[in-house]
Design a protein around this ligand. Structure first.
Ligand SMILES: *Cc1c(COP(=O)(O)O)cnc(C)c1O
Length: 417
C-alpha cells in the first residue's frame, strides 16, 4: 500500500494548467459554454476545422469537381492517407494502417482473417465483459463458421494461462471500456506468439489517449474507433492495423472490389491487393472520412507520451478529489487506482449511478453511464483543463450532497445512455 498523496487544491490545478504544454490545443475545439465535457472517450468533441473541411468537400469537391474528385482531390487515396496519419500515433508504420468500415465490421474481418492464418486451430480466446459488440461479432462469426470455431471466454485473471497450444486468435480490448483497466499488450502478445497464436487488439479506448507501440509489442492485427479520441464525428469510420509481415497472407472475408489488386480492371475474379488496401471493402465514404481526417489532424506533431501523461494526471486528480470531497457519497472506484494500468477514463460505481449521471448532465458535466452501476468520466488530454476536474468534482459533490439526483426526472431512461 502506498499512502495517497494529499488531494490537489484549486490553486495546484490552476498551476498545472499554466504549465500544461498541451493547453493551447483546446482552442482548436468548438466546446459549448457551460459544459465540462467528460465524454470524449465516447464521442470526441468537434474540431473547429471540421465544418470548413466538410463544407469544402460538399461545395467544391462534390458540387463542382464531381466524380473527377476521386483523382483530382485524391478521394481514392483518403483511406490510406488517413491511416498513415494515424500510424505514428499507435506505433505503426504508415503502410500498416488504413481506414475503412466500422469497428464492429473490422473486428469481423480481422478475426476471420486471423483464423485463416492458423488453419489447424479453432479456438478464439477473449474475456467476458469485453465491449458488447466485440463479443457479439465473435458469436456471429462462430455461428457462421460452425465447427471451424470454438469461442473460448475466460476471466481476466485466467486469460494469460488460457493461451494454450490450441488457440488460434487472442482477441482483447486494450483499455477496458468500463474500468479503464489496461492489458499489458506486449506480455499478452508475447505469450500468444509463444503458443503459436495471433493477436487482435481492439484499441477503441486507447488510440489517441495512451502511448501505443504496436510494432514494439509485436502486435499482429489491431483496429480502433474514429469517433472517440480521434474526434472524427458520430459513427466515423474505423481504422485497421495489419503488421507488414501479415499483409500478403491475411485474407479479408469481405472481398469487395476496393480491396482488389486492380479494382479498375473490372475483372471477374477477386485478387487481393496484397498490402493494407486488402482491408478495404467497398467505396470509401468521403463525408465521414473528411471529418475523421480533420479530427486526426489535431494530433499532428504531438508526442503521445505527453498526451498519455496528461490524461493520467487528469484522472489522478479526479480520483483523489472525488475520494476526498465526496467521501460519504457511496461512490466506489471501479478503475485501477495506480495510473500505469489505467487508460484515460475513470469509473466509479454507485447504485444510483444512472440518476446521478443524469443530474450531472443537467448541470453541464457530461459523462456517461454504463449498466448496471458505472459512472464513467473521460479525461481527453487534448481539450480538458485541470481546473475542469476541480469544477466537475464540485458539481458532483453538490449533486450528491443535495440529493438532487433523486428527482424523478433523472430516473427516466433515454434510448441511449
Ligand atoms: C466504441 C467501441 C466499439 C464501437 O464499435 P462500432 O462498430 O463503432 O459501434 C467497439 N469496440 C470497443 C471496445 C469500443 O470501445
Amino acid at each position: 500500500m502506498t499512502t495517497a498523496a494529499a488531494p490537489p487544491t484549486r490553486a495546484d490545478l490552476v498551476a498545472a494548467d499554466a504549465a500544461d504544454s498541451l493547453a493551447q490545443i483546446r482552442g482548436a475545439f468548438a466546446l459549448p459554454d457551460g459544459v465540462i465535457y467528460l465524454d470524449g472517450n465516447s464521442l470526441g468533441a468537434l474540431p473547429r476545422a471540421t465544418a470548413g473541411r466538410v463544407a469544402d468537400l460538399i461545395d467544391r469537391q462534390w458540387g463542382q469537381d464531381l466524380i473527377r474528385s476521386w483523382n483530382t482531390n485524391d478521394w481514392i487515396g483518403a483511406p490510406a492517407r488517413i491511416g498513415a496519419k494515424i500510424a505514428p500515433l499507435i506505433g505503426a508504420m504508415p503502410h500498416e494502417v488504413i481506414v475503412a468500415d466500422s469497428t464492429s465490421v473490422n473486428l469481423f474481418k480481422l478475426v476471420a482473417g486471423a483464423l485463416g492464418l492458423r488453419p489447424d486451430r479453432r479456438v478464439v480466446l477473449t474475456e467476458p465483459g469485453n465491449f458488447p459488440t466485440d463479443l457479439y461479432i465473435l458469436q456471429g462469426l462462430a455461428r457462421l463458421l460452425g465447427e471451424r470455431v470454438e469461442l473460448r471466454v475466460r476471466p481476466r485473471a485466467e486469460l494469460a494461462s488460457a493461451i494454450g497450444e490450441d488457440v488460434a486468435v487472442v482477441v482483447l480490448t486494450h483499455v477496458h471500456y468500463k474500468s479503464a483497466e489496461r492489458w499489458d499488450m506486449r506480455d499478452i502478445t508475447t505469450r500468444a506468439h509463444a503458443a503459436g497464436a495471433v493477436t487482435v487488439w481492439d484499441l477503441s479506448h486507447s488510440a489517441g489517449a495512451v502511448e501505443l507501440d504496436l510494432n514494439g509489442a509485436g502486435v499482429d492485427l489491431a483496429l480502433g474507433c474514429g469517433y472517440k479520441y480521434f474526434n472524427g464525428g458520430p459513427g466515423a469510420p474505423s481504422f485497421v492495423f495489419v503488421a507488414e509481415r501479415w499483409q500478403s497472407a491475411l485474407v479479408s472475408p469481405l472481398s469487395g472490389w476496393m480491396g482488389h489488386a486492380a479494382p479498375f480492371d473490372f475483372g471477374d475474379d477477386y485478387r487481393p491487393a496484397g498490402d493494407i488496401r486488402a482491408q478495404l471493402c467497398g467505396t470509401p465514404g468521403m463525408l465521414g472520412l473528411t471529418a475523421l481526417e480533420a479530427g486526426v489532424d489535431q494530433f499532428a506533431g504531438l508526442n503521445m507520451a505527453a498526451v498519455e501523461a496528461k490524461g493520467v494526471a487528469l484522472g489522478e486528480a479526479f480520483i483523489s478529489l472525488v475520494e476526498a470531497r465526496c467521501s460519504s457519497s457511496g461512490l466506489t472506484l471501479a478503475s485501477p487506482r495506480a495510473p500505469t494500468p489505467r487508460g484515460s477514463h475513470v469509473s466509479f460505481r454507485h447504485p444510483d449511478g444512472y440518476a446521478i449521471m443524469q443530474a450531472l448532465i443537467a448541470r453541464g458535466v457530461i459523462g456517461d453511464f454504463r449498466a448496471p452501476d458505472i459512472l464513467r468520466f473521460g479525461f481527453t488530454p487534448l481539450y480538458l483543463r485541470f481546473t475542469d476536474v476541480w469544477d466537475a468534482v464540485e458539481i458532483l459533490r453538490d449533486v450528491l450532497a443535495s440529493g438532487e439526483y433523486r428527482q424523478p426526472r433523472f430516473a427516466e431512461r433515454a434510448a441511449v445512455t
